[in-house]
Design a protein around this ligand. Sequence first.
Ligand code: HEM
Ligand SMILES: *[C@@H]1O[C@H](CO)[C@@H](O)[C@H](O)[C@H]1NC(C)=O
Ligand SMILES: *[C@@H]1O[C@H](CO)[C@@H](O)[C@H](O)[C@H]1NC(C)=O
Ligand SMILES: *[C@@H]1O[C@H](CO)[C@@H](O)[C@H](O)[C@H]1NC(C)=O
Ligand SMILES: *[C@@H]1O[C@H](CO)[C@@H](O)[C@H](O)[C@H]1NC(C)=O
Length: 487
Amino acid sequence: MDNILLAALLFLIPILMFLKGTKKTSYSLSSTTTTVPPGSMGIPIIGQSLGLLRAMRANTAEQWIQERVNKYGPISKLNLFGKPTVFMYGPAANKFIFTSNMVANEPSKSTRMILGDRNLLMLKGEEHKRLRGAILPFLKTESLKRYVGKMDEEVKMHLDMYWHGKQEVKVMPLMKTLTFDIICSLLLGVERGKLRYELLECFEPMMEGMLSIPINLPFTRYNRSLKESSKIQKLLKQIVQKKQNELIKNQNNTSFEQDLITSLLGMKVEEGKQVMNEKEIIQNIMLLMVAGHDTSAVLLTFLVRLLANEPDIYASLLQEQEEIAETKLPGESLTWEDLTKMKYTWRVAYETLRLFPPVFGNFRMAARDIEYEGYLIPKGWQIFWVSAMTHMDNNIFPEASNIDPNRFENQSSIPPYSFIAFGGGQRLCPGIEFAKIETLVAIHYLVTRFTWKLLCADNFFKRDPMPVPTQGLPIQISPRKVYEKSL
Ligand code: HEM
Ligand SMILES: *[C@@H]1O[C@H](CO)[C@@H](O)[C@H](O)[C@H]1NC(C)=O
Ligand SMILES: *[C@@H]1O[C@H](CO)[C@@H](O)[C@H](O)[C@H]1NC(C)=O
Ligand SMILES: *[C@@H]1O[C@H](CO)[C@@H](O)[C@H](O)[C@H]1NC(C)=O
Ligand SMILES: *[C@@H]1O[C@H](CO)[C@@H](O)[C@H](O)[C@H]1NC(C)=O
């Protein structure tokens, strides 16, 4: 894989050098400083990209970053994925990156071409606010409360199909299946069957191309991704049109509404313009599926791993879940009230996210020349944030490498912009509540129905770019009690 990337980069160098030569970069004179942060840009174009990617695969990216900090201090320049970049860290830097209007979101060309240009990720300012305003109500607790029963149903069906009667399972691929099924059910209102399967088939190859270099030749990952993306958009279009017809048949009465698509279609027309048009609905649904599927699967996978490695935490979590299970009749679904009692379990999830954040870091772009801490960040440069830097800071999280869920007992004791597994500011992950509900429901049934043991002794994971344990975390499972299948 590194070799392909290297070959592609070498192939690109002459082209990019040529393009660069024709475009003069000029630093505006409005700022009082012209000193860019210290650091080396590495070899042209490639810069430090391969070094970082290699470190991520070897799971040494934290050390790689730490070495930079030791060498250059808390703010430094480097060259990542063909662009000059400033890396900075700490709660103040995070706050600046997440909230300053001088800092813009600038997804890569591959991401833009694959996901389209009318979704939350791509839009800025007022348009971004309008779409968030349309989508967020559906993802808020008040509205998700009604869907706990549906999540419960999906989790039980998943366990019946893929876990019961098995001695060994691979956790990571199964968690991806589960989170995909939950998203299909709640956001798309697409039930199990051929259509869901078709969507799933397109999704993995589409996501593989999001970090690829945008070279559109028949054998590239990027080309495959574009193909899958247009297939998915066609399928989503059919779904949206079907929901639209159902809505009209029901006299535009959305109170029967079950899924996000229907609720977006039914939203009141503002000032003669629909809140979201069909293209925007399709692209944003696609984004939510991408953003909410692997991230939650990584959290669930690392929870299973952490519980296997930490008997004390496992015992406390199991006790909390058993107390809830004891109040239920056989086959009875979890309710919102049950979830509010799972306080310890959610703290364990937070600690898992702190230690194994699914999103290692991300990029922004300087929307204009920025003066920060006495340095100039020229317009157009990338800004790189990394979650591990504050997550593993002993001054913020005492004895940061120790696993201690109770550090999240009092949320207000955590300084703002320090726990950034969900990002922050205007682009704070809107899926937190969704992820919380699916995680709690899934963990409830896993720990009350099964015990497990890790089968891979190495305890290793790589970042690709999301954390992936060796062989997808194979485990040995045994049923705890004789449970009747819920179907
Ligand atoms: C444990 C699970 C999850 C984690 C760790 C996570 C993490 C993140 C992070 C770090 C960001 C911010 C990226 C940035 O600022 O550069 C983000 C944004 C986003 N997430 Fe999540 N996420 C999770 C689950 C979900 C779910 C379940 C959904 C949808 C149902 C979702 C939808 C989104 C969307 C749409 C954005 C972009 C928001 C915007 O740009 O305004 N996420 N997520
Ligand atoms: C993939 O590459 C081929 C050959 O260059 C091209 O004809 C085709 O349009 C590409 N596919 C997409 C979806 O862009
Ligand atoms: C329902 O909404 C559609 C499009 O918004 C509109 O054309 C139609 O007249 C509405 N039907 C009723 C019965 O209100
Ligand atoms: C909308 O549908 C719900 C549930 O089917 C029903 O109770 C309600 O009376 C309907 N409202 C209108 C205005 O038709
Ligand atoms: C939580 O932490 C804050 C800030 O450190 C502190 O002021 C507050 O008293 C703590 N609350 C509890 C219940 O411990």
